[in-house]
Design a protein. Structure first.
Length: 247
């Protein structure tokens, strides 16, 4: 090799190494925000400015035990909401009501959901924790005093449940969030369920928003709602009780 070319190569080498290192770190870096995970998301500035936090003191971890016999969640520690339903907009049907349990690990009132006939992603129920606490649902709940969410569940003809947590960034402006582009989905956790009552406990660190091989855990300071998705095209029945935060 000519000495001149060799010298030039020697000069270029560190730049090349730095470039490769930079590229590698950019690719392997763990995302720390929803925008890093989904750079194409578009947020509405006006909705963003109207968001405000309802901060949990931790005085009442029980989100709902259904014991008062209605479909309004327990109004405590800043929360104010009612059970809501969502579906994939196909021709299925789902309804929810209160059922009574006797014997077994549960006693008294539980939430009962019956549905079927969906054709795309199925349906589910939501607890949008501060939905009625702010005009146009702009509030979100700061639950960082807690470690995660727990509940009891029993199901007929459903083996898996997706529990997800929505934040302002993963919620459309129509539902009080800030997102005006196509939604990235919520922070999800898959749980195995059965026809026996099961107690499920999910730490916030296990609610994940994914894009390809990258993922991000939910920020518990920004909870708009909890969603229980029954992703089946078959008929199903669900019994749900004592949905609560835990420390
Ligand atoms: Ca109950
Ligand atoms: Ca109630």
């Amino acid at each position: 090799m000519q000495p001149k070319v060799q010298k030039q190569l020697q000069r270029l080498l560190p730049i090349l190494v730095l470039g490769v290192l930079f590229f590698w770190s950019a690719c392997s870096k763990k995302p720390t925000s929803v925008v890093e995970l989904f750079p194409d998301l578009v947020f509405d500035e006006r909705s963003q400015a109207k968001q405000f936090a309802v901060v949990a003191t931790g005085s009442e971890p029980m989100i709902d035990d259904l014991e008062d016999g209605d479909l309004n969640g327990i109004k405590a520690d800043g929360r104010n909401w009612s059970w809501a339903q969502f579906d994939d907009m196909t021709d299925g049907i789902q309804y929810l009501t209160i059922d009574q349990e006797e014997g077994g690990p549960r006693q008294g009132n539980v939430l009962y959901v019956k549905g079927g006939g969906w054709q795309k992603t199925g349906a589910g129920v939501s607890a949008n924790l501060v939905y009625k606490a702010s005009p146009r649902m702009y509030g979100y709940y700061d639950a960082s005093v807690f470690s995660g969410i727990e509940f009891w569940i029993k199901a007929k003809d459903l083996k898996q449940l997706t529990v997800s947590v929505g934040t302002p960034e993963t919620t459309s402006t129509n539902d009080g969030g800030i997102c005006i582009s196509s939604l990235p989905g919520h922070f999800e956790h898959q749980a195995t369920i059965s026809d026996e009552w099961t107690h499920i406990q999910i730490p916030f660190s296990e609610f994940l928003l994914k894009n390809g091989n990258k993922e991000l855990a939910v920020n518990p300071a920004q909870i708009k709602g909890l969603h229980f998705s029954f992703e089946t095209m078959n008929d199903y029945e669900i019994w749900l009780d004592e949905i609560a935060f835990y420390r």
